[in-house]
Design a protein around this ligand. Structure first.
Ligand code: NDP
Ligand code: OXD
Length: 319
């Protein structure tokens, strides 16, 4: 019986979390954590598997024999643009904990805007005790763009919280109790949406998709008048000058953004200082590293026992 191939780990996550998760992971295999200086210059030829998140650009020239590449996250735009990506299966991370985290973030942001939290925070800082007219969740239509693993979970949880929910995706989806729209029905979807939730992958089709023209088509008939933009997908999908201008001009009444074109967000970015924006540093649904390694092990087991891999990326579609 041949020796089990090592697994290369190249994850720009919290190093202590990666180190802790490696303990006991991939039984019977060597784990080569490239963050460990002991592996500097290590010969990576002949290795079958790599788990990557924001890898060094020379990874694939150093490891030319990979049979499968595993993305450390659900999104794969950062892998698809790596130089020398081999023509082998690319598996993305799909996992209960990641999905749950994203839904928590989406529901939390919708509630923060619904409950006018920023206005109360501001008043509290000024020692102002004031009651604002409070619409209820059922008065707001949340439109979720992207009805994949994350969008479908988020939309059902938003529904539980009482929001009216509608969804939009490239191909039409049937989700019980939810009105859905396909790519050709974008304007109809936008005209009904008070809070827009972006859970789209970054592809050629979605680049800078969230822009002034799109914001202008959102509903202004909701209880707050101006619509709200919530992006947990990818920063590349938003036209950032347009988002900033829309928040300043009132085209958007508020926003919550977890992802940016440039990460970390530069210290002098105007985003930091926008009054009506909730900003988080790409943490809406961070990968749980132990769960990630369990998922990778399961997929390796499938492959090595002749079963098909799951969660394969369609390279042509880009997600
Ligand atoms: P999925 O691949 O399961 O779903 C993607 C959805 O987007 C699908 O419904 C797809 O349509 C739709 N879509 C893609 N392209 C288009 C398009 N051009 N027009 C309309 N709809 C489109 O992905 P996930 O739900 O698992 O994840 C979504 C994204 O969330 C990831 O790609 C990643 O970028 C981001 N993410 C962000 C995290 C964070 O912490 N901020 C954490 C995890 C993920 P269809 O169903 O027809 O294929
Ligand atoms: C992901 C992410 O794609 O964390 O999983 O952004």
């Amino acid at each position: 019986m041949s020796a089990k191939s090592p697994v290369i780990v190249d994850l720009k996550f919290i190093p202590e979390e990666v180190d802790a998760a490696i303990v006991g992971a991939f039984p019977g295999r060597e784990v080569i954590n490239l963050a460990d200086p002991a592996h500097e210059g290590r010969d990576l030829r002949g290795i079958d598997y790599a788990v990557v998140w924001k890898s060094a650009p020379d990874l694939f020239s150093r490891a030319p024999d990979l049979k499968v590449v595993f993305s450390g996250g659900a999104g794969v735009d950062h892998v698809l643009t790596l130089p020398g990506l081999p023509d082998v299966p690319l598996v993305r991370f799909v996992d209960r904990s990641l999905t749950t985290r994203m839904s928590e973030w989406v529901v939390m942001q919708c509630l923060l805007h619904l409950r006018q939290h920023r206005a109360y925070e501001t008043r509290a800082k000024q020692h102002i005790w004031e009651d604002l007219i409070q619409p209820e969740a059922a008065d707001i239509t949340v439109g979720v763009m992207g009805l994949g693993v994350l969008g479908q979970d988020a939309i059902t949880k938003l529904q539980v919280m009482g929001f009216r929910t509608i969804g939009w995706s490239r191909s039409k989806k049937e989700i019980e109790g939810i009105e859905t729209f396909d790519a050709g029905e974008l304007d109809a979807f936008l005209s009904k949406t008070d809070f827009l939730v972006g859970l789209l992958p970054l592809t050629d089709d979605t680049r800078e998709f969230f822009n002034a023209g799109l914001f202008a088509k959102l509903s202004r008939k909701g209880p707050f008048g101006a619509p709200v933009f919530i992006n947990g997908g990818r920063g590349g999908s938003q036209n950032e000058p347009d988002v900033i201008e829309a928040l300043k001009s009132g085209l958007l009444g508020g926003a919550s953004i977890d992802v940016f074109q440039q990460e970390p967000l530069p210290k002098d970015s105007p985003f930091w200082d926008l009054e009506t924006l909730y900003l988080t540093p790409h943490v809406a649904a961070s990968s749980d590293v132990k769960a990630l390694f369990t998922h990778v092990q399961q997929q390796i087991d499938r492959l090595e026992s002749g079963q098909p891999l799951q969660y394969l990326v369609d390279r042509k579609a880009g997600y």
